[in-house]
Design a protein around this ligand. Structure first.
Ligand SMILES: Nc1ncnc2c1ncn2[C@@H]1O[C@H](COP(=O)(O)OP(=O)(O)OP(=O)(O)O)[C@@H](O)[C@H]1O
Ligand SMILES: [Zn+2]
Length: 669
């Protein structure tokens, strides 16, 4: 039988192939991208050779979890995923089949992928990457980490862990037809957090409540105003709508009054006139008030209000039954009377649920009654403002911020992840014996590959930021040079060190502060944990508190930030906690910091970065766009952003990935 990894050996050559095979890699997430990455890793032979003796953990400190599992350090691929398999995963997560539904993704992914290449050793964990056992010591045992996640919090956490452990990270994400892969290495490239991430878009309140012009405005109105006012919490809590500078203060006050009046109507729930009152309030009275404000309609078509009485007269059937039947036809665009019927039916169904004890009903795209209500209400409002109506299915995509997950985009992105991994492996020094890991002091930021001119040299073996636009008619895959770290980045500009906390320690915050004074040689600093600032020169009341109040197993892998408060400050120090084994073993029983010598550099002046470049544009490249945070972004915006970033790139930076006839993959230098 032909070996699966023959193509890899042909294109990479034997020495690099050997390194690939001796690698120990971590894959976080076994979903859409993760399944594809795992399949590729296995087929390329990652971790298929028994590794030479490893010296992955630091010689000075070894965490409890690491010590306990020293024997388990050999597997080539470790996959971690917290989820179980859902029916909706099967259309694109090809390691899973129907019989696997409800089983842990990590276990099934391991089982299926192992069969592709039995010489690869896979270790699967059904757990969250935030769990305490995945501490910095655990991360240090890897040569490379792959992120195949779907949320910002976990991405940020792995980014920080990889910085703390000084392990390269391949970050990836897809949004519909677009994908992106970014290699990250401490002190060499930008980290995941060097650029601020786009926040959820919110709409001006007056656009949503008074002058909608697009279907999405009516959908947001139905989902974030009408629905919560009647069945749940009020609009004030919604991130979709905000009072903006452009909003007219007088109109905002009127809108508040209007919402108060709707609350009164809500109290009629359960009474026979409820539907009529709600309908006439929001689709007639409020609209007539808007219509009377003639200055609003000088350049727009004024809205045409509706009445419950007229519409119900025009329907010659039981309206609720009619609505129920129509609600099933979610792919067709309902007429005005259809929407009226579905509105009455869903209002009735939701009122019954509310009367039966569901105090607060939240909009959930998968809760059909709530979707029926939002879709029909949005369409009724669209009809009033002469905006095109949409099918419930289309409205579901918009209301649920759903970006389709495309199997092809995931597969292409996953293969780009592995191509970037080859380059990173190529850039690492060859292993003499075990992993070529940093020793005690070298995760200080000494490693930079930019020249005095600020122009970045090829980094990480020529790795690039890779963009996929699988709908593009020009180039489907484009690249951009990796950029050196942003010297102002709060996540990667600090120096990382480890704080060894012995199991069952009774140490107080005071002991940590004393240790820090000794290491830093001064006492002008503050200490910040997840609980906020716990110490600074003027805040000493927490000193007697046990350290376990801030760092403990149950709190997961906490980071502690130590900031220099002196006039000429040095960069921040981030301590990642490491639970040391029980006393009595080789370890000390007191707190320890590693590296033992902390020579922190001074903070760069705010106007210039480390290479004397203005902040932000380290080498004249546009800031990279981060994608993959589907839940926060509408598809159209995401498409536009990626298309924009692709347009901005210069041809000189482009690189071609070719798949040859003989299956060998060429990687440009
Ligand atoms: N903290 C975490 N630790 C481990 N795995 C995580 C963590 N957060 C998310 N994941 C996993 O990352 C994977 C992301 O995959 P993907 O984007 O395809 O999402 P999905 O949940 O499989 O699909 P969908 O959300 O579209 O139904 C999921 O399998 C999810 O369980
Ligand atoms: Zn950064």
């Amino acid at each position: 039988m032909q070996r699966r990894d023959r193509g890899v050996a042909q294109s990479l050559g034997l020495p690099i192939t050997k390194r690939v095979k001796e690698s120990r890699v971590l894959l976080v997430g076994a979903g859409g991208i993760g399944c594809e990455v795992l399949k590729n890793l296995v087929c390329c032979g990652f971790g298929s050779l028994p590794a030479p003796t490893r010296n992955g953990a630091s010689a000075v400190m070894e965490s409890a979890t690491e010590a306990a599992s020293r024997e388990d350090k050999q597997p080539g691929i470790v996959v971690i995923d917290l989820d179980t398999i859902d029916l909706s995963n099967l259309n694109r997560q090809f390691l899973f089949r129907k019989q696997h539904i409800k089983k842990p993704k990590a276990f099934v992914a391991k089982e299926t992928a192992s069969a592709f290449n039995p010489s690869v050793n896979i270790d699967a964990h059904h757990a969250s990457i935030f769990d305490h056992q995945y501490d910095v010591g655990f991360f240090e045992t890897f040569d490379l980490v792959f992120n195949a996640l779907d949320n910002l919090a976990a991405r940020r956490h792995v980014n920080k862990m990889c910085l703390a452990a000084n392990v390269p990270l391949v970050e990836s994400g897809t949004t519909g037809f677009n994908g992106q892969v970014q290699a990250i290495k401490k002190g060499v490239t930008e980290c995941y957090d060097c650029n601020p991430k786009p926040v959820q878009k919110s709409f001006p309140i007056c656009t949503i409540r008074s002058t909608p012009s697009q279907p999405i405005h009516c959908i947001v109105w139905a989902k974030s105003y009408l629905f919560p006012e009647i069945f749940g919490t009020s609009e004030e809590d919604s991130a979709d709508v905000a009072v903006t500078e452009g909003d007219n203060a007088e109109e905002v006050a009127k809108l508040k009054e209007e919402a108060e009046a709707l609350k009164k109507v809500r109290s009629l729930m359960g009474k026979s006139e409820f539907a009529q009152e709600v309908f006439n309030k929001v689709f007639h009275d409020d609209i007539e008030r808007l219509r009377s404000m003639s200055e609003m309609w000088q350049s727009r078509k004024p809205p045409e209000s509706l009445t419950f009485e007229k519409l119900s007269r025009e329907i010659d059937a039981d309206i609720i039954k009619r609505g129920q039947a129509l609600a099933i036809q979610d792919q067709s665009t309902w007429s005005l009377h259809d929407n009226f019927s579905v509105f009455c039916y869903s209002l009735d169904a939701l009122s019954n649920r509310s009367q039966a004890g569901e105090k607060v009903i939240e909009f959930d795209k998968d809760d059909k009654n709530t979707l029926d209500f939002v879709a029909s209400a949005a369409n009724l409002r669209s009809a009033i403002f002469d905006i095109p109506l949409h099918s419930e299915w289309e409205i579901k995509q918009m209301a649920g911020n759903i970006i389709p997950a495309i199997a092809t985009s995931n597969a292409l992105t996953a293969s780009l992840c592995v191509l970037e991994a080859f380059k990173i492996i190529r850039s690492q020094p060859a292993k003499q014996q075990g992993l070529a890991k940093p020793t005690a002091n070298n995760n200080l930021p000494t490693e930079t590959q930019s020249t005095a001119s600020g122009k970045a040299e090829p980094m990480l073996g020529g790795s690039k930021m890779v963009f996929l636009n699988s709908r593009s008619t020009e180039r489907m895959i484009t690249t951009q040079n990796l950029v050196p770290p942003n010297p102002a980045c709060p996540v990667c500009s600090p120096v990382y060190a480890k704080l060894g906390v012995p199991a069952g320690t009774k140490a107080t915050l005071h002991e940590l502060v004393l240790l820090l004074k000794e290491k830093l040689g001064h006492d002008e600093f503050s200490v910040t944990t997840d609980a906020g600032m716990v110490f600074d020169p003027d805040l000493d009341e927490n000193l007697p508190k046990p350290l376990s109040e801030y760092v403990s197993e149950s709190k997961g892998n906490a980071f502690i930030t130590v900031s220099d408060e002196s006039d000429e400050p040095k960069v921040d120090l981030i301590l990642s906690t490491l639970a040391l084994p029980e006393a009595g073993s080789a370890s000390s029983t007191t707190l320890q910091i590693e590296p033992t010598q902390l020579n922190l550099p001074y903070k760069p002046k705010s106007s210039e970065n480390a290479e004397g470049q203005p902040d932000g544009e380290a080498n004249g490249e546009p800031a990279p766009v981060s994608i993959g945070e589907g839940a926060n972004k509408r598809k159209r915006e995401a498409d536009d952003e990626v298309a924009d970033s692709i347009r901005k790139k210069t041809r000189g930076d482009e690189e071609v990935h070719v798949v040859q006839d003989d299956e060998a993959i060429l990687i440009d230098d």
